[in-house]
Design a protein around this ligand. Sequence first.
Ligand SMILES: NC(=O)c1ccc[n+]([C@@H]2O[C@H](COP(=O)([O-])OP(=O)(O)OC[C@H]3O[C@@H](n4cnc5c(N)ncnc54)[C@H](OP(=O)(O)O)[C@@H]3O)[C@@H](O)[C@H]2O)c1
Length: 205
Amino acid sequence: VKFGVLGTGMVGAAVGGKLASLGHEVTLGSRDPIGKAAVFPSLRVGTAQDAAAFGEIVVNALPGEQSLLILRGCDLAGKIVIDIGNYDSAVDQPIITPLGQAIQALQPKARVVKTLNSVSAHLMVDPQRLQGHHSVFIASDDAEAKQVVKGILVEFGWKDIVDLGGQAAFRAMEQLIPLWMALESTLGSTHFSHAVVQDGLSPKG
Ligand SMILES: NC(=O)c1ccc[n+]([C@@H]2O[C@H](COP(=O)([O-])OP(=O)(O)OC[C@H]3O[C@@H](n4cnc5c(N)ncnc54)[C@H](OP(=O)(O)O)[C@@H]3O)[C@@H](O)[C@H]2O)c1
């Protein structure tokens, strides 16, 4: 599959590198394609517009506020957009419109799927590095696109993929960020994740 990965930071590098290692074709989107080509010699690097045009699937690995500006200039009609982003402001301010919903409103013909936004970059693409059970959330109004993205999560090694339904769940997913930041501060590490634990019994059972 052809992927355009927007952003060359921790998330873009991890996801782009993993996708390429799995045999997918990847173009990273950067503000500095020439400079970043030297940093990622095994990957194609272009502008965000180049990467979006290249990808059958486009990954948003940009800072949230910037991603709205950058995605505005990309043609995403008909493409699956995997939104991993969070607003920087979500750390300590209320979310007015969740980022994933804002991207969907900006690009009504894009097929936005939100996932991985509350997982540390190194664990996104290698969940087994954290021993024990942990979970990744996913949501989208587009059931078929969500299924495709679940397949990619399985390729990454995810076993517990918790489907939260449609884009109404984007808010809950993005509101995990203050908790994630508090845990990072308390634990002094990014090597942790969230787990959903059930025992199979209903409350009335
Ligand atoms: N880091 C994590 O563990 C993690 C986990 C879950 C979700 N996220 C979310 O994933 C997204 C990316 O996170 P990240 O940690 O990879 O961020 P990052 O290391 O800061 O990288 C973001 C990349 O976006 C590009 N960019 C474009 N415009 C920018 C601007 N105005 N300011 C800064 N960068 C700009 C840059 O690539 P170029 O210089 O090549 O343009 C930069 O490398 C964010 O929305 C974040 O909330 C991160």
